[in-house]
Design a binder for this molecule. Structure first.
Ligand SMILES: C[S@@+](CC[C@H](N)C(=O)[O-])C[C@H]1O[C@@H](n2cnc3c(N)ncnc32)[C@H](O)[C@@H]1O
Length: 439
């Protein structure tokens, strides 16, 4: 069934009048209309007759139009902090012939928002460091779910669940797994987890992936994905003690932490890139280098990038730099790993004696017995990739995550031999066999 959009031009005009800084501070992005409709399709069957439905951050009112069309007898309420949003919502609703009570105000003020049967919408996403300091302090003191590095949207979820037995909200996917949102996940479980639906990567013009979170006292824990033409049901949400997942419990691997057998170091932190990093080899102290973006699974892009490796000068100029010891880099074989883009490990063997920059890690065996190719094969194997991707979704890789990967005990020479050929299937088989031999 195709979804007929209402006239959304008032919202476009409203956002065109906001500066990028204003939009960022108030998390002002609009939701593709089809998402509003699909989310309401999911929750509508569990609503009582003449339900009261509220969007606490209604922007141009598109969720309210979708609610009126999906649940025609609903009584609708919309709040927004921005008077321009409320004006746009009034125009959108009038043009669509929808009646709603609109209110311009802070949805997180102590007594804000009426009690309703459903809260639906897409709350603002704003990191605490981007809120005015007093505002962040006040919210973080009043909302239990606002812990360390969580986000303004967590306060909206708590407020929604304090005012309504049900909520259907579009949220960033990392809320399923990051420890900063553990308190939020606990709060949702207290009210009941109706389901989690993944939204397409391209749903918003943003790098963060999004989900539709449905809170419902029946606690069905449905999983799936949402598309313009409908829902695709998946396995139920796996609620683990540390994270939730849409693809079952995270795979386990046996073995002690990889850090017992390897060292993991960041690349050169020189503190002044324009000064030390350049194209070409112009001086005897210039060394080939690379950045994280040049590192892919199995290969490092050829580049002319060089670093003038002068640790003494670097240290003299900036106290925080970390040029480290040349012996870490100037070796015929070492594993280099990209430090950006979590969820997938991008590593390759460096045979060009590069001095990689700080967006990379360099990994060496601790003892003389291990072959660096064994480390490379292990990191690029499917078993390790699945283990890692199920746990870490942040954009930056952390050295402690790599050092914490469970590693097979015993001999890795079969893994190293397979990795030398670059045959992914052979590597996967060798790694599976090595784990099976680990107690
Ligand atoms: C992500 S936009 C969503 C707009 C609309 N619901 C949609 O999905 O298209 C978030 C909205 O929250 C509003 N907002 C930000 N802080 C707010 C607050 N404390 N109380 C109410 N609304 C707020 C912004 O003005 C913005 O319109």
């Amino acid at each position: 069934m195709s979804i007929l959009e209402p006239d959304l031009t008032p919202g476009t005009a409203w956002l065109a009048g906001r500066t990028p800084a204003q939009r960022k501070r108030q998390g002002q992005w609009v939701t593709p209309y089809w998402i509003c409709r699909r989310v309401l399709d999911v929750v509508a069957p569990s609503l009582p007759p003449r339900p009261r439905i509220l969007d606490p951050a209604c922007g141009d009112g598109r969720w309210l139009v979708a609610a009126a069309r999906r649940v025609p007898d609903a009584v609708l309420f919309g709040w927004d902090l921005d008077p321009g949003a409320i004006r746009a919502a009034r125009q959108t609703l009038d043009a669509a012939g929808v009646d709603a009570v609109l209110h311009c105000g802070d949805a997180l003020a102590p007594d804000a928002l009426p009690a309703v049967d459903l809260v639906a919408g897409n709350p603002p996403y704003v990191r605490p460091q981007h809120l005015p300091r007093d505002r962040a302090r006040d919210l973080w003191a009043r909302f239990d779910v606002a812990t360390n590095k969580s986000d303004l949207y967590a306060c909206f979820v708590q407020r929604a669940l304090d005012r309504s037995p049900r909520a259907a909200l579009v949220l960033p996917e990392p809320m399923l797994s990051l420890s900063s949102f553990a308190a939020l996940r606990r709060r949702v479980l207290q009210s009941g987890l109706g389901g989690v639906y993944q939204l397409p990567k391209t749903a918003f013009d943003a790098t963060v992936r999004t989900i539709a979170l449905v809170c419902d006292p029946e606690d069905m824990r449905r999983g799936g994905s949402m598309h313009p033409n409908g829902l695709r049901a998946g396995p139920t949400v796996h609620v683990g003690s540390r994270a939730w997942s849409l693809s079952g419990p995270p795979p386990e691997l046996p073995g002690p932490p990889l850090g017992a057998r390897v060292t993991v170091h960041m690349g050169v932190v020189c503190g002044d890139y324009p000064r030390y990093v350049h194209d070409g080899h112009q001086h005897p102290d210039d060394r080939p280098t690379c950045r994280g973006r040049h590192v892919h699974p199995w290969r490092i892009d050829p580049t002319e990038l060089h670093i003038r490796y002068d640790p003494r000068d670097m240290l003299r100029r900036k106290p925080y730099v970390a040029p480290k010891s040349a012996a870490l880099f100037d070796v015929p074989h070492k594993v280099v790993l990209a430090g950006t883009s979590g969820t997938a490990i991008r590593a390759a063997m460096d045979t060009a004696r590069r001095f990689p920059l700080d967006s990379c890690y360099v990994i060496h065996p601790r003892g003389d017995d291990d072959d660096p190719y064994g480390i490379l094969g292990l990191l690029l194997s499917r078993s390790v990739g699945d283990w890692y991707a199920a746990r870490f979704t942040a954009a930056r890789v952390k050295g402690v995550e790599i050092a914490g990967i469970p590693a097979p005990t015993g001999d890795w020479s079969a893994i190293a031999a397979a990795a030398r050929t670059g045959d992914q299937g052979a590597v996967d088989r060798a790694v599976t066999a090595a784990y099976a031999l680990t107690d």
